[in-house]
Write a protein that binds this ligand. Structure first.
Ligand SMILES: NC(=O)C1=CN([C@@H]2O[C@H](COP(=O)(O)OP(=O)(O)OC[C@H]3O[C@@H](n4cnc5c(N)ncnc54)[C@H](OP(=O)(O)O)[C@@H]3O)[C@@H](O)[C@H]2O)[C@@H](O)CC1
Ligand SMILES: Nc1ncnc2c1ncn2[C@@H]1O[C@H](COP(=O)(O)OP(=O)(O)O)[C@@H](O)[C@H]1O
Ligand SMILES: [K+]
Length: 479
């Protein structure tokens, strides 16, 4: 499991580590690792031009000490100070002693700061780290824009990205690589921040972060492998779980087919379909058990997936919500489901909105959800007292409390009509196989993302291709 920690936890761990170790040890370790990453990116350090953008805090201190190390190895290092009278004194002295040059970044008269950035092969963003508030200030944004061809390395996190949430209010640094210290910060794993961070390298600087204090977690292969429902010798189709699918309508039979396609690959032993697209489902999947009547008359299931392409069929939704088994609600089902009705359920409920649906449920606009995904998913989970999977560029899964899960496997190829229907079936199937709502949602998102990568392999995919590649994703994880 990969964990990310909020700023308050990192600060507390920093204080504890500082009390244990010698003065300045943490910054020395951070700067050494930063310099090593810069050297790796440069290839040849001697003679290369490196420019440091240096703010008023310790983030700038890291950049200055790393710059001193590179200068000692023969790089031409220039520090551009964005707060000249507040730059880290020790770091500044170290850089000067190593032969580095220092330029006033606030002085706009001679263009020296712009030239230093434009002429660099590597630009180090030490403007702000976890102490930053809001987007880049005007002068910093202007200088960052001057780095057109350089490789950009962010210190701890890209300046302008909110460390706790991944929100970007205004301008932010777009890094090729981020060297982060002690722990991942949520803002490095959640969009939009994640997209600004580039490749993230975590450096151990000796912070002790208790796992139970994590704000965010991402499943890795081994975690998913442990959660996958694999049949044992004594299994039969009923013991493996039966998933019921309530999706599609006369107008949207395809949603039913895609949802069943996902459900057939999620580990349940059988898939029941109940609704008006029964003919379309059986024509494509003879293994599905279909009926055209109400869900409650379709036979026993261990979990329901309801909503894709459902239209306005509120009766079928209510029928499913009455069942005392886990229920996944997606798409049209989300629009029709009453908040109090969901809160009153005793069995687990998993809601799977995309940003537009989440925005409608919260009564805000879509851009707001996309810019503050963590806040949105947490708020929905609390309001509905349910597990919520928020789809999109970084899919998040939240319970009413506890750390939020972020899916690491997503790919933009998934942005294709109907792929969400496949995800619903897949997650419903995992629910029926006995996974907790949080695990079912996050394992489904993980497999779905991997499946899309298999299916796409550099070319556009259709939702059906994603469903067909789910077995390859299972094999990846289990292998
Ligand atoms: N934690 C650890 O274990 C370790 C931490 N380490 C490092 O320390 C970093 C944290 O350092 P920090 O606390 O000094 O804060 P930091 O991010 O440098 O800047 C704060 C200053 O910036 C300013 N400012 C605010 N917003 C701004 C904006 N938008 N644009 C411009 N300026 C803005 C604000 O001053 P203001 O101008 O508002 O008065 C404030 O004083 C951390 O990220 C890591 O790199 C490592 O050395 C090793 C171990
Ligand atoms: N930019 C993106 N990056 C990664 N995954 C994405 C992106 N855009 C959409 N997705 C994924 O694609 C799927 C789309 O689902 P949804 O929006 O419900 O579409 P539909 O209703 O057409 O099936 C979700 O799993 C979502 O997480
Ligand atoms: K930074």
């Amino acid at each position: 499991m990969r964990s990310a920690f909020g700023v308050a936890e990192v600060r507390a761990a920093e204080r504890a580590a500082m009390a244990r170790g010698p003065e300045g040890a943490l910054m020395r370790r951070a700067a050494a690792a930063l310099a090593a990453e810069c050297a790796r990116l440069l290839g040849r350090v001697y003679g290369s031009r490196v420019t440091l953008l240096v703010g008023s805090g310790d983030n700038g201190g890291d950049a200055l000490y790393a710059g001193a190390r590179l200068a000692r190895r023969g790089a031409g290092v220039t520090a551009v100070l964005l707060a000249p009278d507040r730059a880290h004194p020790g770091g500044l002295a170290a850089l000067r002693a190593a032969g580095g040059r220092v330029v006033d970044g606030v002085d706009e008269r001679d263009g020296r700061a712009e030239d230093a950035v434009a002429g660099a092969r590597l630009v180090v963003d030490g403007i702000v780290g976890i102490g930053g508030r809001g987007g880049l200030r005007e002068r910093a944004a202007h200088l960052v824009a001057a780095a057109r061809t350089a490789t950009v390395v962010a210190v701890d996190l890209p300046s302008g990205v909110d460390a706790d949430t991944g929100e970007v209010r205004g301008e932010a640094v777009r890094a090729d690589v981020t060297v982060t210290f002690g722990a991942y910060k949520p803002g490095l794993l959640v969009d939009p921040g994640r997209a600004y961070a580039g490749a993230v390298r975590l450096v151990d600087i000796g912070l002790d972060l208790p796992p139970e204090r994590r704000a965010l977690e991402a499943l890795q292969y081994a975690d998913v492998a442990r959660l996958l429902p694999v049949p044992a010798g004594e299994s039969d189709k009923y013991r493996r779980g039966v998933v019921g699918v309530v999706a599609g309508s006369a107008r949207y039979p395809g949603a039913a087919v895609l949802c069943v396609a996902g459900a057939l690959h999620g580990g349940a032993g059988a898939v029941r379909y109940a609704g008006p697209a029964a003919d379309a489902v059986i024509a494509r999947f003879p293994e599905a058990l279909v009926s055209a009547g109400p869900p409650s008359k379709a036979g026993r299931v261990q979990a329901w997936a309801v909503g894709p392409g459902l239209g306005d069929d509120e009766d079928r939704l209510l029928d499913v919500l009455d069942a005392d088994v886990p229920v996944l609600i997606d798409a049209d089902g989300l629009r029709l489901a009453d908040e109090r009705r969901v809160r009153a359920r005793r069995a687990p409920t998993l809601l799977t909105p995309h940003a537009g649906e989440a925005a409608a449920l919260l009564g805000v606009d879509r851009a707001r959800v996309e810019s503050a995904r963590l806040a949105a998913v947490r708020e929905l989970a609390a309001r509905y007292d349910a597990t919520v999977l928020l789809k999109g560029s970084t899919t998040l899964v939240a319970d009413a409390e506890g750390p939020v899960r972020v899916n690491p496997t997503g790919t933009a190829w998934l942005a294709t009509a109907g792929s969400g229907d496949v995800l619903s079936g897949l997650a419903g199937s995992l629910l029926a196989a006995g996974l907790a709502a949080r695990d079912a949602g996050s394992v489904a998102a993980y497999l779905h993302g991997l499946a899309a990568r298999h299916a796409a392999d550099g070319a556009p995919v259709a939702a059906q291709d994603v469903a067909e590649a789910v077995p390859a994703a299972w094999r990846d994880v289990r292998g």
